[in-house]
Design a binder for this molecule. Structure first.
Ligand code: MG
Length: 252
């Protein structure tokens, strides 16, 4: 099932997608869908989409594809490197990524995002699926020059609009071998597959929940494959993951 969240008149709605249409539901978030509300589906192309969840926190994994670690001059890590992005960085599908004046180098990073379904602490790998609502596409937009300059990742990863998320949550998906492509102005820049993660989704969930409690709606970004590169004003960047769809944003 594909769960969308969107603006409909003056209210926020959720709906379920089916072949380029969205069926409106009575609920107002992905955890409270309610029931079908309207006999007329909304064409997906006309929907004013929002990020499919509003996470309390976003945990990201760095250098989780060996080829990407290498392209930035790093070794693949021996255990996951995790950092946080703030909810204030969230950006809707179709929203505009704003490059901050303090950075000369803003990069895209296409990533598979995991949406947590229920409170999760000290989860064992084998039971990971009970704690995941589904998956969506993310762009872990990064001010690379600032990330390199600062010891912490926080500033370079946290500017407003640096977390496009969507277009929907796919609730029935095996994340172990999904193709992941990032295109800029239609040209493929990243052509990866989730099977190449250094640490797979189940391992990451065990690792992160050994540190912190995850709540429903929290999001984990699972790292980006090789091929990251810069965004400039006027670009259109798309992250497309097999079985989910494409997350498209422009850049200013
Ligand atoms: Mg990343």
């Amino acid at each position: 099932m594909k769960i969308y969240r969107f603006r409909d008149g003056d209210r926020v709605r959720v709906g379920v997608g089916e072949s380029e249409r969205i069926w409106r539901y009575t609920g107002d978030d992905a955890f409270n869908l309610g029931t079908i509300d309207d006999a007329r589906p909304l064409p997906l192309a006309e929907a004013r989409l929002l990020a499919p969840v509003t996470p309390g926190k976003i945990v990201a994994v760095g250098r989780n594809y060996a080829e990407h670690a290498k392209e930035l001059g790093n070794e693949a890590p021996s255990e996951p490197i995790i950092f946080l992005k703030p909810p204030s960085a969230l950006l809707a599908p179709g929203g505009t990524i704003i490059r901050p004046e303090v950075s000369q180098r803003v990069d895209f990073e296409g990533e598979l995002a995991v949406v947590i379904s229920q409170r999760a602490k000290n989860i064992r790998r084998a039971s990971w699926r009970n704690f995941v609502l589904g998956f969506t596409c993310a762009n872990d937009v990064t001010a690379r020059d600032i990330q390199r300059k600062d010891v912490q990742f926080t500033r370079g990863k946290s500017f407003d609009t640096f977390l496009p998320l969507g277009p929907c949550i796919e609730t029935e998906l095996d994340p172990s071998a999904l193709s992941l492509r990032t295109r800029v102005n239609g040209e493929t820049k990243q052509d990866g597959n989730t099977r190449d993660m250094v640490f797979p989704v189940d391992f990451i969930i065990e690792f992160v929940t050994a540190v912190m409690t995850l709540e429903p709606g929290d999001v984990i970004l699972t790292g980006t494959p090789a091929g990251v590169g810069p965004l400039v004003a006027g670009d259109v960047v798309e992250v497309e993951i097999e079985g989910i769809g494409a997350l498209r944003n422009d850049v200013a």
